[in-house]
Design a protein around this ligand. Structure first.
Ligand SMILES: Cc1cc2nc3c(=O)[nH]c(=O)nc-3n(C[C@H](O)[C@H](O)[C@H](O)COP(=O)(O)OP(=O)(O)OC[C@H]3O[C@@H](n4cnc5c(N)ncnc54)[C@H](O)[C@@H]3O)c2cc1C
Length: 321
């Protein structure tokens, strides 16, 4: 059995949970999905629409606010009771924080940041990028089950989710510890994080690179993103120069994104940038150099000066009904 751990905030599931579920369905076999927190009715109902054997609901005051301590404790008991062969997470900030501790507590193998799972003879092989995405390694977890894997954002499209004919059964799993037993105290509701943009959840992104030439010209990109209803992102030099904050950087040392639409404006397409955005469903590149590597992965490419092309796109979008 594969146990997928979904993730929610304020009761709303994130896109990455569906990607993890899609990855598990691609691997095949019996799947259960678990959700942790409080007020989980809506999230559990949504998960139950997928073709899974069961939705396991861990609804407890001790899990209201995320803590690595609480999640490791709750999941350790759940995993011992359910005995899955494989546990699948999405590779989010939250799972990065506590899944290594969970693997340590269970003393089981963990493979993070996977982009693919294939079955070779009877062995599940997971592919993950290494060395800033320059190499793709095939990794086989060793030792007793359960093995634990996290899937990179955008690696598996949630569009391939198979839904059930009837809702899957839901089961409440008791959580037997109180909040007072936790050794960590969360800060009140991620106040600092309000400033931080979680680009991994953005549906549309306009990303800007060094082709923009100076900070004053960024207003052109702001206009394009406004008319598209998109978040603004950037290549590393733009953030290094302080033209946009660091949380807007996409790439191997920034965020990994998987929007439905990604505009790359004046971005060359260096490997360190591409590893962070190649999971986008539709990539539009605007670059004056027809040999720019970004065109190798673009679905639509415009060879031209961004200062000519972007205003034309904006006026076309503004005038369309
Ligand atoms: C360890 C390490 C980690 C890194 N991590 C990241 C990362 O996370 N994210 C990241 O982005 N980079 C990262 N980099 C940097 C990366 O290698 C590239 O240097 C960077 O992505 C290049 O940014 P760019 O495409 O904006 O700039 P450039 O490579 O300078 O490209 C600018 C592009 O704009 C085009 N252009 C110029 N003028 C115009 C115009 N008027 N109209 C249209 N097109 C125009 C040019 O043809 C060119 O293709 C990392 C590097 C290292 C070594």
């Amino acid at each position: 059995m594969i146990l997928v751990i979904a993730e929610q905030r304020d009761g709303a599931l994130n896109r990455a949970s569906w990607e993890a579920l899609a990855a598990a369905q691609q691997i095949g076999g019996k799947i259960k999905v678990a959700i942790l927190g409080v007020h989980l009715d809506r999230a559990a109902e949504e998960l139950a629409t997928a073709d899974v054997a069961e939705v396991l609901v861990l609804d407890a005051a001790a899990l209201e606010f995320y803590t690595a301590d609480g999640f490791v404790r709750a999941l350790t008991s759940l995993i011992e009771a359910e005995s899955p062969a494989l546990i699948v997470f999405s590779h989010t900030y939250q799972s990065r924080d506590f899944v290594p501790a969970l693997a340590g507590a269970l003393d089981r193998a963990l493979i993070t940041d996977c982009v693919r799972a294939v079955r070779r003879d009877d062995t599940l092989v997971f592919s993950r990028p290494m060395f800033q995405g320059k190499l793709m390694a095939d990794v086989v977890p060793l030792g007793p089950a359960p093995h634990i894997v996290t899937f990179q954002s955008g690696a598996v499209s949630p569009d391939i989710i198979v839904y059930g004919n009837t809702p899957a059964p839901k089961r409440t799993v008791p959580v037997i510890f109180e909040s007072s037993a936790l050794r960590q105290r969360p800060e009140p509701a991620f106040q600092e994080a309000k400033q931080v943009v979680d680009l991994s959840q953005a549906d549309r992104i306009v990303a800007v690179g060094r082709g923009i030439k100076s900070a004053e010209h960024l207003q052109l990109i702001q206009r394009l993103s406004a008319v598209l209803g998109a978040e603004i992102a950037a290549s590393r030099p733009i953030c290094d120069l302080g033209w946009l904050p660091m949380d807007r950087q996409v790439g191997s040392s920034g965020q990994t994104v998987a929007p439905t639409l990604y505009f790359a404006v004046g971005i060359s397409g260096a490997i360190q940038h591409v590893v962070g955005m190649k999971g986008a469903r539709t990539i539009v590149a605007i670059n004056k150099d027809s040999d720019a590597p970004i065109f190798e992965i673009a679905d639509y490419g415009v060879v031209g000066d961004l200062f000519d092309v972007v205003p034309l796109i904006i006026s076309e979008l503004e005038s369309s009904p």
